[in-house]
Design a protein around this ligand. Structure first.
Ligand SMILES: Nc1nc2c(ncn2[C@@H]2O[C@H](COP(=O)(O)OP(=O)(O)OP(=O)(O)O)[C@@H](O)[C@H]2O)c(=O)[nH]1
Ligand SMILES: [Mg+2]
Length: 292
């Protein structure tokens, strides 16, 4: 039996959560076109014949650590790396820059197999361009990786090859699979994440970064799961935007989160969302410490 923990790391917005959802064949992690969508590590299991993989999606590493918030996200991401048997470092295929190098700096000395995954190759029109890009990766970067593979998490291109490489690398890994890893998320965590994902998708840039979702009630009966949640906002002026005209935005957010929750929980979900103004949530000790 081959197995292990595989963390997916990289700077924000390179497609980590999209790849993670594809690999675990479930929509567990929010994935949107805006950076810093992921705030927590999330693990998901893929079982195949003679193999059991535990993938870990992580927040995008952002080394502008003047902000407390980025520091917390980085801590979460790095804690996953240290519990891994294998690291997938995801980059956008044509955009390896200083932020990716900083990620590399954080993983290069770990004695684990590392795979450099060049994502989003569906965006390449000219096939020859890929060869060109691959040949131009400087050896100061490529030398640190056991394998380099271009993929598309959107069109699933090369994902089967990536899985084969993962299997091969794990079988060579000297480190024993670490059994108990990362906190298993309570099921209501995912509903909170779906609400946040819908907010990121439907609200303008600034608002989703300044909100926080808490689940206040989670009750399961035979046929129905009843969930109550609160969206906390840092600015009073955001209240009317999140609620929308006649509550229309909140209905939209709630519907998206409910549909994803029903899919995951396999049951009918009744979801009630409240919106509250709380300017201090981001600074609160409770919030910063509870974030892992
Ligand atoms: N064209 C293309 N877009 C992709 C691909 N993979 C992800 N994306 C898009 O890239 C954007 C970011 O994807 P995410 O999966 O949220 O990225 P992430 O790295 O998890 O981002 P953070 O959690 O913010 O660090 C989304 O709009 C995705 O649809 C891909 O292979 N091709
Ligand atoms: Mg993500």
């Amino acid at each position: 039996m081959i197995g292990g923990n595989i963390s997916i790391v990289g700077k924000p917005n390179v497609g980590k959560s999209t790849l993670f959802n594809l690999l675990v064949q479930k929509h567990l992690a929010g994935a949107t076109r805006k950076p810093q969508t992921t705030r927590h590590t999330i693990d998901g299991v893929l079982e195949e014949e003679n193999a059991k993989y535990q993938f870990i999606d992580t927040p995008g590493l952002n080394f502008n650590i003047k902000k407390n918030f980025n520091r917390v996200l980085n801590k979460n991401a790095l804690s996953a790396i240290y519990q891994s048997n294998l690291i997938l470092h995801l980059v956008k295929y044509n955009q390896i820059n200083k932020d990716d190098i900083k990620v590399l700096e954080n993983i290069k000395n770990l004695e684990l197999p590392k795979i450099l995954v060049l994502n989003k190759i569906d965006l390449i029109r000219d096939k020859n361009r890929l060869m060109d890009i691959l040949s131009k990766i400087p050896s100061e970067i490529s030398d640190y990786y056991d394998e380099i593979i271009p993929v598309s998490s959107k069109s699933s291109k090369n994902i089967d090859i990536l899985k084969k490489i993962i299997k091969k690398s794990l079988s060579k890994s000297k480190k024993n699979p670490i059994e108990s890893i990362i906190n298993k998320r309570p099921i209501e965590f995912f509903t909170a994440e779906y609400i946040r994902e819908a907010c990121i998708r439907y609200l303008s840039e600034e608002i989703p970064y300044s909100l926080h979702v808490e689940i206040n009630k989670y009750e399961e009966s035979r046929k129905l799961i009843s969930i109550a949640a609160t969206i906390y906002l840092r600015k009073k002026s955001h209240l009317s935007i999140v609620v929308g005209k006649n509550g229309s935005m909140l209905v939209k957010i709630s519907k998206a989160a409910r549909i994803y929750s029903e899919k995951l929980l396999n049951k009918k979900v009744f979801l009630k969302i409240f919106v509250k103004y709380d300017p201090k949530w981001k600074e609160s000790e409770y919030f910063l410490n509870s974030y892992d």
